[in-house]
Design a protein around this ligand. Structure first.
Ligand code: NCD
Ligand code: ZN
Length: 353
């Protein structure tokens, strides 16, 4: 089934897509979009702008700003999403489906992460809207963490499965659901073992959750560029994520969750959550799959399973990754500010040609 060609020196595969991406807006958008467009053919664009993208009209306008920010001649398809609120009308789902440019609706539990204040306070408040999504075949993209302050930060994904994910999937058994950026063995096992028809349940996995455990945030001092949400977990969880990503199970596919923040907003007393990986996403995934001895499984995970889940054609172009060491820039300028890529200043063993 795989068409990937691998030798010790290079790996050629069908051009991948990024099924979970933050590109922001304005100057930041202009600075980061070329990185993604160089690596990926398409990306699911997260709607957590300030204010959030809650309507189809806003998604269409945001899509036009993204397309306008592409370097001349570059082919890249932004796949838009809506930000679900307690008050998203069911009609908005019909408009979104009819637009042809909205490919998912994002559930942020209110307060769970960056710009999630307008998120959902209780999913059952959205029952009518979720029913409309189920009828329209519109995927629900889920940030799977409870916000209950009594629950330990490291347990919020696990508790979300019991309290929200499982009841939600029981209430809407034909709803397409993506468990976004899973970070625990609990979530990987849940997605692997869930009783769901093909194409109804998927999960994205980031490169940083495949490569790092929570120690990365504290080695020699506090390292804000390794802080993201859901937060990095223990090594046992990282190993379970690597196993899931390299298993060949089509429920697991690539989503970088590349989330740029200006360096000053990450390096402060209360730093923002998010790792910037759009610059070198495929190189990071290649490192993770290579370490697991599973490079031949990268193409399914990166280029096929997400497209199949979203009902979109697989890409036909190819890309080549060379086994070649290079040093990541310390930071990238964005107007007067800068963004620090994950692992900035360090060497990486793969390079996109
Ligand atoms: C994301 C962001 O900065 O928008 N941050 C992150 O740590 N992943 C939000 C998100 O996806 O949770
Ligand atoms: Zn995200």
């Amino acid at each position: 089934m795989t068409t990937a060609q691998s030798s010790s020196a290079a790996l050629t595969l069908t051009r991948p897509d990024d099924w979970h991406l933050h590109v922001r807006d304005g100057a930041m958008l202009a600075a980061v979009l070329p990185h993604t467009a160089r690596q990926f053919a398409r990306a699911i664009i997260m709607p957590n702008l300030k204010p959030p993208v809650t309507t189809t009209a806003q998604a269409e306008a945001y899509r036009a700003r993204i397309v306008a920010a592409l370097p001349p001649g570059v082919q890249f398809e932004p796949l838009m999403t809506l930000y679900l609120t307690d008050n998203t009308p069911a009609d908005e789902i019909r408009r979104a489906r009819a637009s042809g440019v909205v490919h998912g609706v994002k559930l942020y539990p209110a307060g769970a992460t960056t710009n999630s204040d307008a998120g959902v306070t209780d999913v059952m408040k959205c029952a009518k809207t979720l029913e409309a999504m189920q009828d329209a075949g519109m995927p629900l993209l889920v940030h799977g963490e409870v916000t209950d302050s009594a629950i330990d930060l490291f347990d919020r994904e696990k508790v979300f499965i019991e309290r929200v994910m499982e009841p939600l999937r029981r209430a809407f058994p034909a709803l397409k659901v993506v468990f976004e950026h899973i970070t625990t063995k609990d979530a990987a096992d849940y997605v692997r073992d869930a009783d769901a028809a093909p194409g109804l349940l998927g999960a994205t996995i980031t490169a940083h959750h495949l490569l790092y455990n929570r120690n990365a945030m504290f080695i020699g001092g506090i390292r804000p560029h390794y802080y993201c949400l859901p937060v990095l977990k223990r090594e046992t969880h990282r190993l379970a994520l690597v196993e899931a990503a390299t298993s060949g199970n089509p429920r697991f596919f690539l989503g970088t969750d590349s989330a740029p923040h200006p360096k000053g907003l990450k390096q402060q007393a209360c730093g923002c959550a998010g790792c910037y990986t759009a610059l070198h996403a495929l190189e990071l995934y290649a490192e993770a799959f290579d370490q697991a001895g599973a490079l031949e499984r990268l193409e399914g995970f990166a280029s096929f399973f997400g497209a199949d889940f979203y009902g979109l054609p697989r890409n036909s172009e190819q890309i080549t990754l060379a086994r070649e060491s290079w040093t990541l820039p310390d930071e990238l300028m964005v107007g007067d500010a800068s963004v620090v890529p994950l692992g900035g200043g360090e060497a990486i063993g793969w390079r996109l040609r």
